[in-house]
Design a protein around this ligand. Structure first.
Ligand code: ZN
Length: 120
């Protein structure tokens, strides 16, 4: 993980959404502040995303992420927060972000469990 701390870079990538505190774009994680970068839960959350990204060979991850987001937006009345939290990759990351040893025990392609659960 290459850690960057840049509020302006995050603003650029999120169209100025100040609620976004960090973003994983393999091999980088961009944090809004040093304090956020030192937050173990947020750090773990972003590390889970890096693992998801690399095991899906990057581009398919981003495609699936945005398909899930926009499908949820369209079917839920364009509620950003609801759509964001429904994304399979986010569900896995939020569910396990407080378990700091999660990535040590996580099975390869665990994200598929969340994706399959959603589309069946
Ligand atoms: Zn996330």
């Amino acid at each position: 993980m290459i850690q960057l701390v840049s509020s302006s870079l995050l603003d650029l990538l999120t169209f100025g959404n100040k609620k976004v505190s960090a973003m994983a774009l393999w091999p980088f994680v961009i944090f809004r502040s040093i304090e956020i970068a030192e937050n173990k839960t947020i750090h773990n959350h972003e590390s889970i995303h890096l693992r998801q990204q690399i095991e899906m060979l990057l581009i398919p991850y981003y495609i699936l992420y945005f398909i899930e987001y926009w499908l949820a937006m369209i079917t839920n009345g364009f509620k950003h927060q609801k759509a964001y939290l429904s994304i399979s990759f986010e569900r896995e990351a939020y569910e396990h972000e407080t378990n700091l040893s999660y990535l040590n025990n996580r099975k390869w392609l665990s994200s598929w469990t969340y994706i399959k659960r959603k589309f069946k």
